[in-house]
Ligand binder design. Structure first.
Ligand code: AMP
Length: 281
């Protein structure tokens, strides 16, 4: 695996990789890699001859009171994991300027309002602008044939897919299913903020989403109210949202119409850590 740390070196290496018309797939990450990220790399390897991964903790997508400073950074272990997984090229930009140019150069405000006016777009108002900025910059710098995203961040997957379609940039955005611990907890770099005991406890979130799916004889409203109460009883300090929306366009659903691909979306705080999860209904 080749490792490049500047845009100039990235472009040179990509030129070599893309010789002979070979295809590339791109996996953007913020590092602290876990099996969910590795699943993205494996998918990418099935899609294309070369896998390009980036690790960049993107300040633009963090709110002022969020965890940019403390976000787990584990570069050496990440490199080892990527090497083992068969990644071809790792881009490790050292500075904001590598990705966004000199200070003040990137002034664009990007949005897909119909997809960002709900869920995490409401509870994290800076998030999608920051995600779209970094994804667009990296897409245009790397120009892959495919980009692979996780459906744990389902809204992000839809927003990025919409960006790629709207701009005709010729990148196919591919989504992969959520990778979970044996307990059901969705893998996340933020799980590393927990003690072992709390991490085990946090699996009640997925268990509750699964119970929602299993309960019968209730209206959706009644079922949602039960789940909210259960989540709070189990230790969720604040529910940002627990809503059923269409997996196609995120419209709020009041019935489970299969055509609309209903998904139950959750975000909330457990032991001060914001966790998200979702389940197809
Ligand atoms: P992050 O490093 O958290 O920004 O995530 C990088 C990519 O990995 C995103 O496309 C995420 O959706 C994806 N990802 C993170 N956790 C998981 C998971 N548990 N299962 C599947 N994909 C994931």
């Amino acid at each position: 695996m080749e490792i490049v740390k500047s845009k100039e070196r990235l472009l040179l290496s990509l030129e070599k990789l893309k010789k002979f018309q070979s295809k590339t797939a791109f996996v953007p990450t913020m590092g602290n890699l876990h099996d969910g990220h590795i699943k993205l790399i494996e998918t990418s390897k099935r899609l294309a001859e070369h896998t390009v991964c980036s690790i960049f903790v993107n300040k633009k997508q963090f709110g002022a009171s969020e965890d940019f400073e403390s976000y787990p950074r584990t570069e050496e272990a990440d490199i080892e994991r990527l090497e083992k997984a068969g990644c071809s090229l790792l881009y490790l930009p050292r500075t904001e300027a590598d990705v966004f140019g000199s200070a003040g150069q990137f002034q664009l405000k990007l949005d897909v309002p119909s997809l960002t006016n709900s869920l995490c777009g409401l509870s994290r108002p800076d998030f999608f602008g920051g995600v779209l900025a970094v994804v667009l910059k990296l897409f245009l710098q790397i120009k892959p044939d495919f980009a692979v995203f996780g459906k744990k961040d389902y809204q992000q997957f839809l927003v990025v897919s919409a960006l790629a379609k709207a701009l005709d940039i010729g990148i196919e955005v591919v989504g992969i299913d959520i990778v979970r611990e044996a307990s059901g907890l969705a893998l996340s770099s933020r799980n590393n903020y927990f003690t072992g005991q709390d991490r085990a406890k946090a699996s009640f979130i997925y268990q509750e989403l699964s119970s929602f799916k299993q309960r019968t004889g209730l209206t959706l409203e009644q079922n949602l109210a039960i789940s909210k109460q259960n989540l709070i009883n189990e230790g969720i300090e604040k529910i940002d949202y627990l809503e059923i929306r269409s997996g196609r366009d995120l419209t709020l659903l009041s019935e489970l119409t299969p055509d609309k691909k209903p998904i139950l979306f959750f975000a909330g705080f457990f032991r001060g850590v914001r966790l998200i999860d979702n389940i197809e209904l």
